[in-house]
Design a protein around this ligand. Sequence first.
Ligand code: ADP
Length: 427
Amino acid sequence: MPGAEELALRDEQRLLYMLALTCLPLWLVDSLSVGRPAWDTLALRLGWAGLTGAMGWALRWVERPSRRRGMRMVAGMVVPNVFLGLVVYRLGGTGNPLFHWFFMMPLMTLSVSRGELWQGALSTLLPMGVAGTLMGLEGMALVPMVSRLLLLLGAGAVGMQMSVFYRRMRRAQARAEGDQRAVQEALEESNARALQAERLAQVGRLAAGVAHEVKNPLAYVQANLRFLLEEWRQPASGTNDTEYTEALQETMQGVERIHQIVKDLTALSRAEGAVEGVGRCELVPVVDASVRLASVRLKSLVKLAVEVPPEAVARAEPRRLGQVLLNLLLNAADAIEDARVQDGRVAVRAEVVGERVRVMVEDNGPGIAAEHLPRLFTTFFTTKEPGKGTGLGLALSRQYVESFGGTLRAENRPEGGARFIVELPGA
Ligand code: ADP
């Protein structure tokens, strides 16, 4: 994206190109003012347009701001006044209707100034000088000459007022832009903090489950290793190869389970920089990874059903989508646990609906109170006790899903419990 400097430069160039273009068709006015094709002013106007256009083009190559300002002044103020003077001179001087154009000059040339007072003064003095020279050359009497010059001064005064007004507006605009940038930066920073907080909260919510999950395989890994060690020291006569193989296989599975848990947890707490970008995302592995992670907490609480067809492929960022699903699963577990539902059930189902892919996470918990439904996705909305809920999960989840071009909504199931529906664009 171009920076403010580049945008300002483009604006200036565009303005000069526009000035160059507008002075050409005005040749028709030249001709009408004298009632014949004014060929000599056509050459002047071509020179005027060419010079202004070339200066506009050359602005890009001028690095120093003071030089650039100078060039803009020459192209926007000096060149028009000089060329208008020459055109009017060729067309008969002060008697030509185009002479009155000088009274508009201060207002017009101010459009290329940055609203500095000296620029305002210059934009008045220049046309006064050129118009005065033309009148002097014709030997105009003093009184009509002074009256015309005063008229020009009046136009210049109005121009200068506008220039001051414009300068104030520019300053206010620059201030407002600065403020907006600061707010944007603060927002981005707080967003990043919220993300980190939510990720850590998820790791925290899983911690108890992880301890429980790791304890189990660890116990049989330990028991099997003890058995193998004893067998190695004093082989018991009754133990056969199958028993050894089984013990080793079971040990291996236990170690793999622990390894998987550690791997998933590390992936979850990994820095944000690892995000891959939105693209083709197969749902089966993403749902599997989330379910695997969530199951360290869900397994002891609920029966989990997963139905994801292999053709469910969406446009999403896998890690973020995984985080959304994990959050929905953990919320379902929380709801079931808090309501002490005996026969807890959670289901994750995905289906392809036309061009979109729908993923639903359902539970048979207490459902969502009607007055909470409209506030569910608001940042910091939580009904959980302090320390347990951050109120960020659903807000961030919706933000993620929307960044994939999808939607996330919640409803209560008629048979009881909550249903969260993630709808994603198909890949
Ligand atoms: P947190 O889980 O930290 O409270 P969330 O944004 O994830 O933040 O959830 C906001 C609130 O939405 C929860 O406090 C809870 O009241 C409600 N909620 C989320 N999921 C469920 C669900 N499956 N059943 C009932 N209520 C839910």
